[in-house]
Design a protein around this ligand. Sequence first.
Ligand code: ADP
Ligand code: ASP
Ligand code: MG
Length: 242
Amino acid sequence: MLYVRKYGGTSLGDGEKIRAAARRAAELHRQGHRVVLVVSAQGHTTDEMIRKAREINRRGSLREMDAYLSTGEQISAALMAMALGALGQQAVSLTGIQAGIHTDGIHGNAEILTIDPARIRRELESGRIVVVAGFQGVDPEGDVTTLGRGGSDTTAVALAAALAADRCQIFTDVDGVYDRDPRLYPDARRFDRIGYDRMLALVENGAQVLHHRSVTLARDRGIEVEVLSAFSEGGGTIVGRE
Ligand code: ADP
Ligand code: ASP
Ligand code: MG
């Protein structure tokens, strides 16, 4: 089977967390599966980068912000490939451009238009785990774009569609989708399964657990998305048809 697995920032917050995700991916590969990992910038990197940029220019150009912010994900991707290498697992990190992710030119909130998955396919065929930097692509000018805050989820769903993946898994710091933010409401209830439209309603009410566009894309392409904990096995929510 082909797995696309995305890890969010908190789930990659330190070296041990990166190694833990790498171990799970290498194990999956050993079982005979092909694995694409999509990674976000570590911890609060993106917030800190935005703060630093604003110190320099309160209204810096969106093009330069994309050039800058996309590096957070690139760091995670290279570190993840190194963590896999340390386990004896062949792996390669790819930026959005290298992964063939083509977007429109709306810097800071770009939309994925097409994906050319040839490079990823080639790397998978040669037995590597492919680690893709989330949240980014390339516009018709050849410039780096970013997909909007939380956009790595959309990278994962778009890649799952382009590669016709068997599983699309979003690993995060909670063990699924709840009816309310489980960090704020300890009595929140987890869904085993939730329909796309109900999920969209949650997102529109501020549940940042999935990027809005990742849900509409999943719905439009008929991709089932599993939301799982990066820190514990089991549980999870399937976002799919009602
Ligand atoms: P990641 O870094 O993995 O992308 P996010 O911070 O974007 O993670 O999303 C996960 C967070 O979403 C959780 O820590 C949780 O506090 C929050 N959240 C808000 N609403 C919900 C909800 N209804 N179900 C699950 N998590 C939610
Ligand atoms: N690092 C980006 C952000 O913080 C993208 C993501 O996490 O998905 O918004
Ligand atoms: Mg997120």
